[in-house]
Design a protein around this ligand. Structure first.
Ligand SMILES: Cc1cc2nc3c(=O)[nH]c(=O)nc-3n(C[C@H](O)[C@H](O)[C@H](O)COP(=O)(O)OP(=O)(O)OC[C@H]3O[C@@H](n4cnc5c(N)ncnc54)[C@H](O)[C@@H]3O)c2cc1C
Length: 434
């Protein structure tokens, strides 16, 4: 954190979450590479993304959807599908056609994003943020040789016109506060930032996912991660319903679980952004004098560092109010993300052969529970009891039913299978019913 050309605070995220996840760091990974990585995995799974094919309109016919598509040659065709997921970004035409609201607002600031080659102390491979004035700027490195991405605001005095803006319009006092000299601008773009959340994630056979459902300031780097979280939440539910393993009502839990989190996130990033860009002498004083000191002191406390890591990595997301969340055992409740523990190579987050439900027991499982799982094809994993499990909040010999997305569905301290059997029966989850 920089103020007036001086480094005022340094918070190390390296290993901040070493007790929480096998990936205890912040990774800066350009979105184009990330998209290519996901596309590669989709291709390996036999899915080909067709570009540029445009969704022009759709009709929800209650138990299926007819989508009208425009091919690159301009030709129109229809496609029938059981469900439609609108992952079509902030201006989502799916959301507009649904008539779902997108309440919230738009910031006055014009943001810019630039891929640059820079020199100076702040071009050292670490993340740097300027608190100099209400001009916001953050430098995200791609390498430690000065290549990186700048995200900031165009100077207010330049945004009276309609644009287009150039790199000359950006807040240079904020840049010089970082002691940064920009030698080359490889790419530059400006945009307006909204803070909005849709009213509905589901309408009939149609779902909204990612920026189509929620947008907010890039401060905090949470947008794409939240969209991926939506997709992970929805994907296993769609798969179960399409395979007739679970009733359609399972899909209603998608909105219930994800909407509350999106509202909280947009509210938090809004407050953070307003703090960082507030104008006036008092705001400048708090931002430049108090914030760096407070951040340094607070970040020195293990529990605070861990909490910040949990928030930024979204490990804290839980679905306690969901109809899919039941019971508690130890400090773990239905709806929590399964706490990560690795003891002597036994990793409770290690991927299974396929993404599926599972039962985990810390200690020894009861014979009846074991037999029930075998009979119903429900994978079970047993972990030899250790002090580390106790520290993470597990109860010895209790069993934890874990959803395909890694959240705990059910916690039960009894040795038998009744709670698991009831769980699936109550939800008419055919695959695991007798
Ligand atoms: C400068 C900046 C920095 C950011 N940094 C971070 C960060 O550090 N971490 C983070 O998690 N997030 C970050 N974000 C947010 C992140 O980029 C978005 O949340 C994410 O890209 C949203 O993904 P999406 O797939 O929902 O939507 P989009 O990326 O907008 O993709 C929507 C896609 O749908 C296509 N489409 C639209 N309409 C149609 C149609 N009718 N038919 C067919 N296709 C259509 C579009 O062409 C596009 O390919 C940042 C955003 C910005 C602007």
């Amino acid at each position: 954190m920089w103020v007036r050309g001086k480094r005022r605070a340094r918070l190390s995220f390296q290993d901040a979450g070493e007790k929480l996840t096998p990936y205890p760091f912040v990774l800066v990974y350009p979105q184009d590479l990330h998209e290519r990585l996901l596309l590669r995995h989709l291709e390996q799974a036999g899915v080909q993304v067709q570009r540029p094919v445009e969704l022009v309109a759709f009709e929800d016919r209650e138990d299926y959807v007819v989508a009208r598509l425009r091919d690159p040659d301009g030709g129109l065709r229809e496609c029938e599908a059981r469900f439609l997921a609108g992952c079509d970004g902030a201006s989502s035409s799916v959301r507009q056609q649904l008539g779902a609201g997108f309440p919230g607002g738009t910031y006055d600031h014009v943001f810019y994003v630039a891929d640059v080659q820079a020199a100076g102390v702040a071009a050292d491979g670490e993340v740097h943020v300027s608190l100099e004035t209400s001009d916001f700027v953050i430098m995200l490195p791609y390498t430690d040789t000065g290549r990186g991405r700048l995200i900031g605001t165009v100077h207010a005095s330049r945004t009276a016109g309609a644009g287009p803006y150039t790199f000359d319009d950006v807040g240079h006092s904020a840049l010089s506060s970082l002691g940064l000299r920009v030698d080359q601008v490889h790419w530059f773009s400006t945009y307006r930032v909204h803070h909005r959340v849709t009213n509905h994630y589901r309408s009939g056979q149609v779902f909204l996912v990612g920026d189509a459902a929620h947008v907010h300031s890039p401060a905090g780097g949470q947008g794409m991660n939240t969209g991926i979280g939506d997709a992970v939440n929805l994907a296993w539910k769609l798969a179960a319903v399409v395979r007739h393993e679970a009733p359609d009502s399972l899909l209603d839990s998608y909105e219930l679980e994800r909407l509350a989190f999106a509202r909280k996130l947009v509210d938090t990033t809004d407050r953070m952004f307003n703090f960082v860009t507030a104008e006036g002498n008092f705001a400048d004083f708090v931002r430049t004098r108090i914030a760096p000191v407070f951040a340094t002191v607070a970040y020195g406390v293990d529990a605070v560092r861990e909490l910040i890591f949990k928030i930024v990595s979204q490990i804290t997301i839980s679905y306690h109010d969901s109809p899919l969340s039941v019971g508690s055992a130890g400090t773990i409740k239905g709806g929590d993300r399964l706490p990560w523990v690795e003891v002597d190579g036994a990793d409770n987050h290690a991927p299974q052969e396929k993404i599926d439900w599972q039962v985990q027991v810390y200690g020894e499982a009861g014979d009846e529970l074991r037999a029930w799982c075998v009979l119903h094809g429900l994978p079970m994993r047993e972990f030899a009891w250790s002090r580390r499990h106790e520290e993470a909040g597990f109860t010895r010999n209790a069993h934890y039913l874990v959803r395909p997305d890694g959240h705990v569905a059910l916690c039960d301290s009894s040795p038998g299978p009744d709670a698991v059997a009831h769980y699936f029966r109550d939800r008419a989850y055919r695959r695991f019913c007798d």
